[in-house]
Ligand binder design. Structure first.
Ligand code: FEO
Length: 396
């Protein structure tokens, strides 16, 4: 069955869509599934750009055979060795034994690590600025280390002005028969959740690649996940510039809370009411209920973050501590953070929360920690109202 999509006269999408996957990388929920994009360029030489996850081997192998239609495969360009894109390389080299693998130097070592010497195809190691002529097309190789692994590179086709961007500019979500963002709208929430969680830690490296891309005329971006970008190149580039610099998209407020019996949650709601009364936009997440990837994405989107949590085992409640660890490991910075702590006899989590961000860059705490003893009322309610004032001053 042919499940391919023509993108240009010479370029065909031959990837796969996985709606059965529940956890991408074994951790991130993907309720809309995920696509693994692979592309074939049919020029005087034939080029396959990346392969797919093993789950999509069946459709991918049929697609490749269908599109090549008896032609030999001259080159396999490997942009990234993470197995969601490389797991089916072994099939490619067995099926097309004359194929040459075009990749960065670090990829060669990883081919051996993942495949234990079974990849015997000739490799053509390329470095920044190297080119490959395929006939009408010239492919220019752009190194993109740590976007999102060290061996990553991108390819620019100067004939059709197409950037093959590896993991960058991707998104969660299957394509469902579409291939470009002219046919189907990009789900920005999922694109943001993908970027911030998968690549968000590597802002400086992403910025470096954006700097290289700025000198290129780009008509189309072909990522390894999600829709091919045509309409959305400018908009997505602007988002990437913000995300990679850890700049918020807007000043709004994220309230993330954990609550054992609902009293910390009530305080969070009380604060949210006060903030809405002041005309602010607030999004709330119970971090014990919502997967951290959604909260991380929102933390990148806005400037102001409220963390409200209970003291637990003389520490921070477990799901809030997990979230904070993730925020820090994703290099969250340039944020205003307000802290609300609860504890019936020894509330200590507020100072522990603040201590977690000691090494984070450009974190400003809003006001003093608001302390709740069991349930917010009286003085604590007054403090929450004051905190709303302070947050409003920051967020207007
Ligand atoms: Fe989609 Fe880093 O692999």
């Amino acid at each position: 069955m042919n499940c391919t999509r023509k993108i240009t006269d010479d370029l065909i999408w031959v990837g796969g869509n996985d709606k059965k996957l529940s956890m991408f990388e074994g951790y991130y929920p993907v309720p809309s599934g995920v696509s693994y994009n692979s592309y074939i360029l049919k020029d005087e030489k034939t080029v396959l750009f990346d392969t797919v996850d093993k789950s999509e081997f069946g459709v991918f192998s049929a697609n490749v055979k269908n599109v090549l239609d008896g032609r030999k495969l001259d080159y396999l360009v490997v942009h990234h060795m993470e197995p969601d894109h490389s797991a089916t390389i072994e099939w490619v080299v067995n099926m097309y034994p004359e194929v040459k693998i075009v990749c960065s130097q670090k990829t060669t070592a990883m081919l051996n690590q993942f495949f234990g010497g079974r990849i015997t195809a000739e490799t053509v190691e390329v470095k920044e600025g190297d080119t490959l002529e395929t006939g009408k097309h010239t492919l220019h190789f752009v190194m993109a280390p740590m976007v999102h692994w060290p061996e990553v590179m991108m390819t620019y086709d100067s004939c059709d002005k197409i950037l093959f961007s590896a993991d960058a500019f991707g998104s969660f979500g299957t394509l469902d028969g579409a291939v470009t963002d002219e046919e189907k709208e990009t789900d920005m929430d999922e694109a943001r959740r993908y970027y911030t969680n998968i690549v968000g830690k590597y802002g400086p490296q992403v910025k470096a690649v954006l700097g290289k891309a700025a000198s290129l005329e780009i008509n189309m971006i072909c990522p390894l996940h999600g829709l091919v970008l045509k309409n959305g190149i400018e908009m997505m580039t602007e988002k990437y510039l913000k995300w990679s610099a850890y700049e918020p998209e807007e000043k709004g407020v994220l309230i993330a809370y954990s609550s054992v019996y609902g009293n910390t949650e009530n305080a969070a709601y009380f604060l949210a009411c006060k903030l809405f009364e002041k005309g602010l936009k607030v999004r709330m997440f119970d971090v014990s209920v919502t997967h951290s990837s959604y909260v991380i994405a929102e933390a990148f989107r806005v400037k102001n973050i409220v963390l409200a949590t209970t003291t637990y085992n003389n520490g921070i409640f477990v799901t809030m501590e997990d979230l904070i660890n993730e925020l820090i490991s994703h290099n969250i910075q340039n944020k205003n953070i307000a802290v609300i702590e609860n504890g019936s006899w020894a509330p200590v989590c507020g100072k522990l929360v603040k201590a977690k961000f000691e090494k984070s860059r450009n974190i400003e705490f809003i006001g003093d920690t608001v302390t709740i003893k069991s349930a917010a009322g009286g003085e604590a309610a007054d403090k929450l109202a004051e905190l709303a004032e302070l947050i409003a001053e920051k967020a207007q």
